[in-house]
Write a protein that binds this ligand. Structure first.
Ligand code: ADP
Ligand code: MG
Length: 325
């Protein structure tokens, strides 16, 4: 595979962002920042056999997800994604068809959000694919949603439902068997092609003092991060956690997926109680599923407490171990 050929093939024929001055084709890209906005930037790496496998997902789906996990981080700041850059290390088994499909998967998601591919790097590797995606976005000045501003009395919420991605992975790994009654396709789709919650993030950033995290490592882990950053205690109730109705049919201990599964890429966070009503209404108007799952309590110890079957336990940060039982 020729590197210059490849770069030529993946260079977008047209771009969406009017503030882009120079995209792919020079030493670096150049764009005009919007006035009254702050730039939001993140990067994530996906490694073959660690984060993805070609026998589980198609190259298109893997590309889609590599961008989606980054767009989800922008959503968790309340931002709007605008540009992305891709560094790809290609092993000997990575032919042109695979690489092209990876970029098509990224482009499918990028087009949804009018994002432009504005650069990257191409190298060879000896054994596994490594895909590193950087996303640049923006948020109106002073409105980004951080983890450190939760206070006693705030409402704890989650957008979308939990545990579906982990259920999808378990189905792929034959750890659980689907029955006819289970919508297996739904869970597989949630795992392979997660949808970042950009619209929900926008609503969050339009309210003051919202804390936000995207559920990548699992609800327990994300809420612990908010509790630590804000130095508060977060109390949640197991029977309020939103799930797909078929989830309990797949596994007796389905709550493990919900709390620790991760990769749901929904948003979880806190909002002052006084704004909850208006916040919930705005979400419903935009067809965004929003669920109240608990409350922030006093600020003695940074911890997360789960009430389940009338018992309260400390929810530790443990996350899901990909491809390891
Ligand atoms: P340089 O030697 O200046 O880094 P490259 O040949 O690496 O130039 O890249 C040329 C152009 O192609 C640059 O605009 C770069 O950002 C872009 N590019 C290179 N590899 C990729 C890739 N895998 N994905 C997207 N853009 C890429
Ligand atoms: Mg280069």
């Amino acid at each position: 595979m020729d590197e210059f050929d490849l770069i030529h093939r993946i260079t977008p024929k047209e771009t969406h962002q009017r503030s882009l001055i120079m995209g792919i084709g020079d030493d670096a890209s150049v764009y005009q920042p919007q006035s009254h906005c702050e730039e939001v930037v993140c990067v994530d790496t996906m490694v073959e056999h660690v984060h993805f496998r070609f026998d589980f997902s198609s190259p298109f789906e893997i590309g889609f997800k590599a961008l989606a996990v980054n767009v989800s981080d922008i959503a968790a700041m309340g931002g709007t994604p605008k540009y992305y850059l891709v560094s790809i290390a290609i092993p000997p088994h990575g032919d042109e068809t695979i690489v092209t499909a990876l970029y098509e998967g990224m482009k499918a998601l990028a087009d949804t959000y009018h994002m432009d591919l504005i650069g990257g790097d191409t190298v060879a590797t000896r054994s596994d694919f490594v895909i590193t995606v950087t996303v640049i976005g923006e948020v109106p000045e002073g409105t980004a949603c951080y983890r450190h501003s939760a206070q006693s009395g705030d409402v704890v919420f989650v957008t979308g439902e939990l545990g579906s991605s982990a259920a999808g992975l378990s189905l792929l790994m034959n750890e659980v068997a689907p029955t006819k009654a289970v919508d297996a396709a739904f869970f597989l789709e949630r795992h392979k092609k997660p949808q970042p919650h950009i619209a929900a993030g926008h609503i969050c950033s339009s309210f003051p003092r919202v804390t936000l995290n995207d559920v990548s490592d699992g609800l327990a882990s994300e809420l612990n991060e908010i509790a630590e950053a804000s130095q508060v205690t977060i109390e949640i109730e197991a029977n309020k956690l939103p799930i797909h109705p078929d989830l309990p049919m797949l596994r007796k201990d389905w709550l493990e997926w919900v709390l620790f599964g991760g990769e749901d890429f929904v948003l979880t966070g806190t909002i002052p109680e006084a704004n909850w009503g208006r916040f919930e209404k705005k979400c419903r108007q935009e067809n965004i599923q929003i669920t109240r799952i608990g409350q922030v309590k006093g600020n003695q110890a940074a911890s997360v407490l789960l009430t389940h079957n009338n018992q309260q336990t400390v929810l530790m940060k443990k996350g899901y171990n990909h491809f390891k039982k």
